[in-house]
Design a protein around this ligand. Structure first.
Ligand SMILES: Cc1cc2nc3c(=O)[nH]c(=O)nc-3n(C[C@H](O)[C@H](O)[C@H](O)COP(=O)(O)OP(=O)(O)OC[C@H]3O[C@@H](n4cnc5c(N)ncnc54)[C@H](O)[C@@H]3O)c2cc1C
Length: 413
């Protein structure tokens, strides 16, 4: 039986248009809305092991990465921090830090950049929120600067850069080193993620100077536990722990005033990739791009006073703000008039040589001390932590002479 033309048209009219045209398109099934995250019961702290291979003191960036590498070596580790990991007094607690391949032209520190970059990148790729944000870094050069450009760093004239970085005012005849592969790192969150990744549970304990039981040749911990080796990564508190050895003249907490200037709504020119990290060597200021809406962070690179890291007042002071605004007016005038969204006085740990300290404590073949390297220890902590862990594993490994305790004490240890 054949359908008449009229009947056929009437039948087709009841079929949805898409089918009638031969395109049997499947309507996408509406997606289920995302489920809220499942509640994850936090486990109570495990009872500490009575004996561990290594006790690490200080859960800032250096202590966290040292512990992380030791755990990766298969060592049992306990990590102690007097105020707890990610505490508000630690130097590692800043919201963001720069990983700068230029390292002021110092080849020793530049050699630690690529391993550190890879470690932070891996951590960032596996964390719930980013830890590393790629950016460029510019370092202006003074007329007398003879900094050697490191790998992947180019020297460019201000004339060329002014078209690329229009936020910055370039002076005639100026030049800068441009690192394409720099990064901004999350400070506090970076430390906490390192510990989570290493499954290390820090204990809030104030540790004293090392106490060795001569009979067992082990270090005795405050709760009666023991450790085969001990690493002090206590930043500026090393002076408090070892007052005779690390006098304030040799190692100190240096105060900086930091100001965050808030760009306007939707303004992306102060965020990576448009905005680089900017080290203005000629004027002694550093400016970091806006990450996560924290504002553009700016401070004078030379600290203004030595302080006690336990008790100094962490409010920024007005005089320092005047200096920063004056510099911004000449260099980044548009952000110089922006409101301040955060400010603080913070400290860094500086040795008299400006170098890192990584050595054994005198008369303690298995007690180590690490700290200093002001302005760069956070970003290079993965590579420095690997070195510390390697020394702990193999005490005969040669020490870096520039990081020796004797360089601070003039040999008197
Ligand atoms: C303004 C400013 C900008 C900076 N910018 C950068 C940057 O861009 N890039 C970069 O790489 N670095 C930067 N730094 C430097 C960086 O912040 C520090 O070098 C680094 O965070 C130091 O880490 P740390 O682990 O040595 O010390 P800290 O983070 O200070 O940690 C030491 C820890 O030891 C604990 N502790 C002390 N005594 C004891 C004890 N007796 N028992 C138990 N625990 C103890 C403390 O509570 C503390 O948590 C900057 C510093 C400043 C001030």
């Amino acid at each position: 039986m054949t359908l008449g033309r009229r009947k056929l048209l009437a039948a087709l009219a009841t079929v949805p248009a898409a089918l009638a045209l031969g395109g049997a398109r499947k309507e996408p099934k509406p997606k289920d809305p995302p489920e809220p995250r499942k509640s994850r019961k936090r486990k109570g702290a495990k009872a500490p092991q009575s004996h561990v291979d290594v006790a690490v003191v200080g859960a800032g960036a250096l202590g966290a990465w040292t512990a992380w590498h030791l755990v990766r070596q298969g060592k049992s580790v306990r990590l102690f921090d007097a105020y707890g990991a990610g505490n508000g007094r630690a130097a590692s607690n800043l919201p963001s830090m720069m990983l700068d391949p230029v390292q002021g032209g110092d080849a020793l520190y530049a050699s630690l950049v690529s391993d550190s970059y890879a470690a932070w990148q891996r951590l960032s790729d596996t964390a719930s929120l980013p830890i590393l944000t790629a950016c460029q870094a510019l370092t202006t050069l003074t007329a007398t600067d003879s900094i050697a450009a490191a790998r992947d760093v180019d020297r460019e004239s201000g004339d060329k850069l002014k078209n690329r970085f229009t936020q910055i005012a370039w002076h005639p005849g100026e030049a800068a080193l441009v690192a394409e592969k720099a990064a901004m790192l999350a400070g506090r969150r970076g430390v906490l993620e390192t510990l989570l990744d290493g499954q290390i549970e820090p204990e809030a304990v104030v540790m004293p100077a090392p106490l060795r039981d001569k009979r067992s040749d082990l270090y005795v911990l405050p709760d009666g536990g023991t450790a085969g080796s001990i690493v002090y990564a206590c930043g500026a508190w090393l002076t408090e722990l070892f007052p005779q050895l690390l006098t304030p003249q040799r190692l100190s907490a240096v105060r900086h005033n930091v100001f965050h200037f808030g760009p306007g709504q939707g303004d992306l020119q102060y965020r990576p990739p448009a905005m680089p990290a900017f080290v203005d060597r000629a004027y002694g200021f550093t400016l970091l791009p806006d990450i996560e809406g924290e504002g553009v962070r700016c401070w004078r690179s030379a600290g203004d006073a030595s302080v006690d890291p336990d008790s100094f007042d962490r409010r920024a002071d007005e005089r320092a703000l005047t200096d920063v605004r004056l510099w911004l007016a000449g260099r980044l005038p548009r952000i110089g008039t922006a409101p301040i969204v955060a400010s603080a006085a913070v400290h860094d740990c500086r040795t008299v040589t400006g170098d890192l300290l990584l050595d054994r404590l005198p008369e303690h073949p298995r007690a180590w001390v690490v700290g200093g390297a002001a302005g760069r220890a956070f970003s290079l902590a993965p590579a420095i932590g690997a070195r510390v862990a390697a020394h702990v594993a193999d005490a005969s490994r040669p020490l870096e002479p520039r990081w020796a305790l004797a360089r601070l004490t003039g040999g008197a240890v």
